[in-house]
Design a protein around this ligand. Structure first.
Ligand SMILES: Nc1ncnc2c1ncn2[C@@H]1O[C@H](COP(=O)(O)OP(=O)(O)OP(=O)(O)O)[C@@H](O)[C@H]1O
Ligand SMILES: [Mg+2]
Length: 407
């Protein structure tokens, strides 16, 4: 999915780019000249400055001259190719659009951010190339592509993601965001969380990619940073879209949208749907807090195979992330704790379901192994305690309490 600004086009933001004619070694000199040891977000120090500067010749050789059969996908930044380095390493190589649809500014932010940030749930940058007007980024290769590829418009031969895998992806992505918000200092606001930017390895471990829009968060007494509104339609927090005030809670909102996509298998915004159903949030809103109707949210491709209590809990987490008021949204740290609780109740396939028999739509209240009666699920008994870790900030707790008061 192409990325664009909610108010002004992302393309415009790229106006303030460094010169296209930048010499190949200029970027590496700039990277080297940054005092990363002092300025890198804290946990990254040991590993900082380890991205390699590739020549265009090396990357052309790795992709058989950017052959179309090596093409993995294409976004607003440009094309992404699968490549094989001389060392035998498999990589993904992103080539900036020559006609400048996305900016070199974002290229630089991406390189600098990924050099400094290291976490199992962030994609690794192996290197970059800035030669003449060419700008390329070399990432670790993620064999299962993006979450988007596994949720929407699946070809008939592709298995949909099961419940447990969806939760694993949600937990991993939440941990990546927690690292950006609560571990590194100053915090990093990702600004472009969406299912297309959550990449998956062979075991469906998720990693966040695309840091071109990332911003350093406010420090000291400041509550927000002011920016032009950037992001992707359908994922952008309404408060940010209206005011341009960027806080970590904008990422929490976008995370809520991704959770909703994971639950429903519907796109954040889908122009092919009839009026009233195009915006996922508008469609889902009345169902999210309704204890009798929330099962209508579940992706039909799950075929009723989910633990109903955990689905309800996930709907509550989603709803808090999407809270209209940013200060009532939970912190990502709170979200991880809540999702761990959801993950602790996996869906266990019964023997007669493994071979495909026993599948098909079934009554939502009968779909849970633990819950065979047709009454709506009670509020989870451990919920309050589990969502109140000692480390959370009060904003996060307020977010949950507000919701729990309505259940
Ligand atoms: N590291 C990677 N490993 C494997 N495939 C990748 C990797 N990075 C990107 N891809 C593939 O390339 C596609 C395009 O990615 P890209 O980030 O350029 O665009 P996007 O995220 O869909 O949209 P945009 O960046 O414009 O917001 C992805 O959907 C994914 O399938
Ligand atoms: Mg992307």
């Amino acid at each position: 999915m192409s990325c664009f600004s909610c108010v002004c086009h992302r393309q415009k933001e790229a106006g303030r780019r460094f010169s296209d004619g930048m010499a190949p070694r200029s970027l590496s000199r700039l990277v080297d000249s940054l005092d990363l040891e002092k300025n890198a977000p804290t946990p990254a120090r040991a590993k900082s400055c380890n991205a390699h500067s590739f020549t265009l010749r090396e990357l052309a050789a790795a992709t058989r001259n950017f052959k179309l059969s090596n093409l993995l996908g294409e976004g607003g930044f440009g094309r992404v190719f699968k490549g094989f380095l001389e060392s035998g390493q498999v990589v993904a190589i992103k080539q900036l659009n020559q006609n400048g649809l996305q900016g070199s500014n974002e290229f630089l932010v991406e390189v600098l951010m990924l050099i400094m940030l290291h976490h199992p749930n962030l994609v690794s940058l192996y290197g970059y190339c800035a030669e003449g007007s060419e700008r390329l980024l070399v990432y670790e290769y993620m064999p299962q592509g993006s979450l988007e590829d596994h949720l929407f418009d699946l070809p008939p031969n592709k298995e949909p993601l099961d419940w447990n895998t969806r939760i694993k992806i949600a937990v991993g992505a939440a941990k990546g965001l927690t690292y950006l918000h609560d571990v590194v200092h100053p915090p990093v606001i990702y600004r472009d969380l969406k299912s297309a930017n959550i990449l998956l390895d062979n075991d469906f471990n998720p990693k966040l990619s695309d840091f071109g829009l990332a911003k350093l968060g406010p420090v000291g007494d400041r509550t927000h940073v002011s920016t032009r509104v950037m992001g992707t339609y359908g994922y952008c927090a309404p408060d940010y879209a209206m005011s341009g005030k960027l806080t970590v809670k904008c990422d929490v909102y976008s995370f809520g949208v991704v959770l909703l996509e994971l639950i429903t298998g519907r796109r954040a915004y889908d122009f092919s749907k009839k009026a009233g159903e195009q915006s996922l949030i508008s469609w889902a809103h009345p169902l999210l807090n309704d204890r009798r109707r929330f099962t209508q949210l579940a992706d039909p491709l799950l075929r009723g195979r989910y633990p109903i209590r955990a689905l309800y809990q996930l709907a509550v987490v989603t709803s808090t992330c999407l809270h209209e008021k940013p200060h009532l949204r939970p912190s990502m740290l709170d979200v991880v704790v809540a999702l761990d609780l959801v993950a602790s109740q996996p869906y266990i396939l019964e023997n007669n379901q493994r071979d495909g028999s026993g599948s098909g739509p079934i009554s939502p209240y009968l779909s849970d192994n633990d819950q065979k009666d047709s009454s709506p699920p009670p509020a989870p008994p451990t919920w309050k305690a589990a969502s109140a870790p000692a480390t959370t900030n009060s904003d996060g707790l307020k977010g949950y309490n507000h919701l729990l008061a309505n259940t």
